[in-house]
Design a protein around this ligand. Structure first.
Ligand SMILES: [Zn+2]
Length: 210
């Protein structure tokens, strides 16, 4: 186990696989989606967002420590941002799931995402450094800082030609999304070791019953 998470938390975050190929897709993959609800929920409170931020290297150790401290001091605010994060995750899931199924995302999901995007953009600024301008955030210690990065990652993917490579795992009770960068665009599983093998075992079992 590496980084701040090992010092601060007992949960074994190394078991969370980062296979989405983009930050926003990995964020969608912080829960397994069963037909009748969720299983394996990784995010249960604000501090989980911070650990995830370390796990994905979205946050430095310093930023993570600062955010955890701030969340302690502003519990109500941190809880509200956590709720917002889950709302964002589910909105992104519905949008990417629709894209994967070659359907149009729901208008209300697009509107929801846009309202978060507008808020996020108020924290973006241009900084002149080494003879050029680069995008930068105006406050990397803001409690919503992780969300901004996820939203930016999503807005970049949604407007990128790779969007048509977004897939939802074909496994049952999974619902993970990923970028299929395989040459013949044939990747079906989030992870061959997990869903791929489960599907193979199921086919094998069904054949053996025939
Ligand atoms: Zn899967």
């Amino acid at each position: 186990m590496n980084g701040a998470s090992s010092e601060l938390f007992n949960r074994d975050w190394d078991h969370l696989k980062l296979i989405g190929g983009r930050l926003c897709l990995d964020f969608v993959n912080t829960v397994d989606r069963e037909t009748n609800g969720y299983s394996h929920e990784w995010l249960t409170e604000y501090s989980d967002l911070v650990v995830w931020g370390r796990q994905t290297q979205t946050l430095t150790v310093q930023q993570a420590k600062h955010l955890l401290q701030k969340a302690q001091q502003q519990r109500k605010r941190a809880n509200a941002i956590f709720d917002l994060a889950i709302e964002l995750r589910e909105t992104l899931y519905r949008i990417f799931s629709a894209i994967s199924a070659r359907q149009s995302p729901q208008a209300q999901d697009i509107a929801q995402f846009n309202s978060m995007l507008i808020q996020t953009h108020t924290h973006l600024q241009l900084v002149f450094t080494e003879k050029q301008f680069v995008w930068s955030w105006n406050d990397s210690h803001h409690l919503e800082y992780i969300l901004w990065q996820i939203i930016r990652s999503a807005s970049e993917l949604l407007t990128n030609s790779n969007l048509n490579r977004v897939r939802e795992c074909a496994g049952t009770d999974c619902g993970w999304v990923f970028l299929d960068m395989s040459r013949n665009r044939s990747r079906r599983w989030c992870d061959m070791e997990d869903c791929g093998n489960r599907a193979k075992a199921r086919r094998h079992y069904e054949r053996s019953k025939e």
